[in-house]
Design a protein around this ligand. Structure first.
Ligand code: FE2
Ligand code: FE2
Length: 342
């Protein structure tokens, strides 16, 4: 019985090593452990990397209009990184199996770095945004406040992380200024590992769920996506100022989500990439963010929405989660370089 005002007492659990594992689960846990070690190997020093990029390209230069647009969009990223830090700390505390706990712990370390580096970068632009818009705040607080571990994991690892990766990739490709363009490669490499934890561990959290519980999880996912679409509409003009089409962002985001959900749910026999949530995402996308062909014609937009409802998908360029080709300077490399130099 829960007594109001009385805090749940945390206890030390000793059964971390007693959990039974199938061969497929052992493989998944192995991948989770690798995420922790990769995180350690690829950790970068945020202060050094930002200084290095400013020394290489000079202080960021933007027009006033671009700066305002970038600050609006990156308010979501800055405060979103702080939230990701807190949510991953919750996951590191609440996940029981050792390897997945290790992977979440390495994420906490990454998100702390993302927050302070983004703060330092935005300080270089002038004013650091004080808060984010209503929709992303509700989106993030929904994930922060759920006590359901599967909801928290799909919300953080598969939804927020892929939305962040979509924004990073879109801004990097538009390249409004070179310091940010290079810095985002560092962020993307880390965030892709965080998606990996969700892809490996979520199926294990879901395997004993019944149909009603899975429907609840998808309803939670739909809520998160609705807030994401809402915010994309709010920042549409800011994206345009930076040379980014909101429609491209939506298409890229959906393609990433499809890829991740298909691979995550495959082992459970669920069609993650063709479910009702992503169909809803596609239909709403056609109506809210018309393509070049349908813009200006309501009839054409409804036709495209109908096609999306029937399962047709627009062509999407590179949706890959792979960021292996991004060269980065890690803390270990720079330590080794300094040692050699000394
Ligand atoms: Fe992050
Ligand atoms: Fe992340």
């Amino acid at each position: 019985m829960k007594i109001p005002g009385l805090k749940r007492r945390d206890t030390i659990s000793y059964n971390m090593f007693d959990l039974e594992r199938s061969a497929a689960e052992a493989k998944r846990f192995n991948k989770c452990e690798n995420i922790y070690h990769r995180g350690q190997d690829l950790a970068w020093n945020g202060k050094e990397v930002l200084d290095m990029l400013v020394a290489k390209h000079g202080k960021p230069k933007l027009t006033d209009e671009q700066r305002t647009a970038l600050q609006r969009i990156f308010a979501i990223i800055l405060w979103g990184e702080l939230a990701a830090w807190r949510i991953s700390a919750q996951l590191a505390d609440r996940i029981e199996p050792l390897e997945a706990k290790m992977a979440a712990t390495s994420q906490v370390h990454d998100e702390a770095r993302h927050f302070y580096v983004m703060y330092d970068y935005l300080s270089l632009l002038g004013e650091v945004p004080k808060k984010m818009d209503f929709a992303p705040r509700r989106l993030i607080e929904t994930v922060l406040n759920t006590d359901n571990l599967a909801y928290k994991m799909i919300g953080m690892q598969l939804m927020i992380e892929t939305l962040a990766l979509t924004i990073f990739q879109s801004v990097r490709l538009a390249a409004p200024e070179p310091v940010l363009t290079e810095l985002l490669k560092y962020f993307e490499k880390d965030e892709a590992r965080h998606v990996g934890l969700g892809m490996q561990y979520l199926p294990m959290l879901m395997k004993d769920m019944n149909k009603v519980q899975i429907a609840g999880l998808f309803a939670f996912q739909a809520r998160i996506l609705s807030y994401g679409m809402w915010e994309a509409k709010v920042i549409e003009d800011d994206l345009r100022v930076l040379g980014i089409s909101a429609r491209d962002v939506i298409d890229r985001g959906r393609a990433k989500q499809m890829l991740v959900l298909r691979d995550t749910f495959e082992s459970l026999g669920i069609q993650g990439d063709r479910g009702p949530v992503l169909t809803f995402f596609s239909v709403t996308g056609e109506l809210l963010f018309p393509s070049e062909e349908t813009r200006g014609s309501r009839k054409a937009q409804w036709k495209a929405a109908w096609r999306a409802f029937r399962g047709a998908l627009p062509d999407t360029e590179d949706a890959s989660m792979s960021v292996h080709d991004h060269e980065i300077v890690t803390a270990q490399d720079s330590v080794a370089t300094k040692r050699r130099a000394g």
